[in-house]
Design a protein around this ligand. Structure first.
Ligand code: SF4
Length: 121
């Protein structure tokens, strides 16, 4: 038996059906089964090779109605770097007024992913 083989199950969240995907990993190879459609294969590959998540958090704002402004990542962010992202956003302070969707940080941690304001303030 090949000891490098790893089996795993994950839920595909690419659509509401939520298929339970069986994943067999052999080195860089990702074999997927039980997917309801081909998007499940893409989802599983993404999860295995470059897992990402949307991040919503807050940054400090001066001159606003509240001390904190809700912000979010414009696209899913590399999961392994979310902790560093949250740490770096702790030192960000913006000045009111801010518009919903305004870019708060253009290139978070050199990923090319912008951080946007979730609301006007
Ligand atoms: S595999 Fe296809 S059908 Fe199943 S949850 Fe993912 S996107 Fe939906």
């Amino acid at each position: 038996m090949d000891m490098n083989l790893q089996n795993q199950q994950i839920i595909c969240v690419a659509c509401p059906k939520g298929c339970r995907l069986n994943i067999q990993r052999d080195g860089d190879q990702v074999l997927v089964s039980n997917q309801g459609c081909k998007r499940g294969v893409e989802y599983a590959n993404g999860e295995m090779k470059d897992p990402r998540r949307m991040v919503a958090t807050t940054v400090r704002i001066q001159g606003g109605r509240h001390p904190l402004l809700p912000v979010y990542t414009a696209t899913p962010f590399p999961k392994a770097r979310i902790k560093d992202l949250l740490a770096s956003l702790r030192s960000v302070q913006v000045q009111a007024p801010v518009k919903e969707g305004q870019v708060i940080l253009e290139n978070a941690l050199d990923t090319g992913i912008p951080i946007l304001a979730s609301r006007d303030m």
